[in-house]
Ligand binder design. Structure first.
Ligand code: WCA
Length: 271
């Protein structure tokens, strides 16, 4: 597949997928969604971290209001449904992705764009970024995952407030609410992303994959079930990583080569 609305680059085990429709503030059309999905699938097995960013003034201004809603509406229910299906798949892909994903939230981030950053594992914003759940401003509720994104990144009061008023908020405010991982000034932005990515790259990739998947599951379990589930999943993880954790992770501590409270062990093989 050749890409028209997305750019994919790879360097030192880190893939960067750039939404590249700046003239439309990176609004999501079916082609962009399909390309993003394809790019993610292409690199999933061979990189250690994926960064998702937007070209120009926006991270992502949400669904393309004309091409996702207005035009399919004229064509009828079937076309409307298909537009939703085609543009929605990439959210599931990102949510279930086996590598850590980092959204760079710089500029406009609305509706489906908000959802896009929320389904990434981490979101680094600039203090000046503008985010919002603007659906109510044109008469609907957040859908297609955006309501889920609101309640899973904000507390109930904030989610109700911002989905009911459609009021935009800054990256700094998003950070205060815990809606993004962190927000920093423009000056510190690139180095903050780099630092986070570097720290993820040096972790055991099997452990990282299980960490996210297990965390998402146990959030909805009571303690007894979570204990069982965590035990089982931990054993599965150890099997897949061929006990590297005990040989190297604990072994290097035993040899006093590092302090695990403060840093990572050195990997056995550059997987
Ligand atoms: C503040 C913006 C982002 C930027 O303002 P600006 O920098 O002054 O730029 P412009 O407004 O001039 O926009 C530049 C170009 O980008 C286009 N654009 C800019 N956002 C867009 C855009 N979301 N679409 C389609 N063209 C755009 C805009 O039309 C224009 O096109 P053109 O006139 O050809 O230059 C402004 O464009 C704006 O408010 N955009 C709409 C943002 C918004 O409300 N997004 C939420 C969309 S709703 C959503 O994502 C999903 C909801 C959903 C709900 C239910 C479901 O079941 C599933 C999904």
């Amino acid at each position: 597949m050749t890409y028209e609305h997305v750019r994919l680059t790879e360097e030192d085990g880190v893939a960067t997928v750039t939404l590249d429709r700046p003239e439309k503030r990176n609004a999501i059309v079916p082609e962009l969604a399909a390309e993003l999905d394809d790019a993610l699938a292409r690199v999933e097995d061979r990189v250690r971290v994926v960064v998702v960013e937007g070209e120009g003034e926006a991270f992502c201004a949400g669904m393309d209001l004309e091409k996702r809603f207005h035009e399919p509406r004229k064509e009828g229910p079937r076309a409307f449904y298909e537009a939703g299906r085609k543009t929605g798949r990439m959210f599931t892909t990102l949510y279930e992705y086996r590598r850590p994903t980092v959204a760079k939230v710089d500029g406009w981030t609305f509706g489906a764009g908000y959802c896009l950053q929320a389904v990434c594992d981490f979101a680094v914003a600039t203090d000046e970024a503008t985010l919002g759940l603007s659906e109510i401003n044109f008469g609907i509720i957040p859908g297609g995952g955006a309501m889920w994104a609101a309640v899973n990144t904000m507390n109930r009061r904030d989610a109700l407030y911002y989905t009911s008023t459609g009021e935009p908020f800054s990256g700094a405010e998003a950070d205060q609410m815990g809606a993004v991982t962190m927000s920093v000034s423009e000056d510190e932005y690139e180095s903050a992303v780099e630092e986070l990515v570097d720290s993820l790259v040096e972790k055991n990739p099997v452990a990282l994959q299980f960490n996210t998947a297990v965390l998402e599951r146990v959030r909805y379990m009571d303690f007894d079930r979570a204990l069982d589930y965590e035990r089982g999943k931990s054993e599965e993880m150890k099997y897949y990583q061929e006990d590297e954790w005990v040989d190297e992770g604990i072994g290097q501590f035993k040899d006093r080569r590092y302090r695990p409270g403060l840093e990572s062990y050195e990997e056995r093989s550059g997987e």
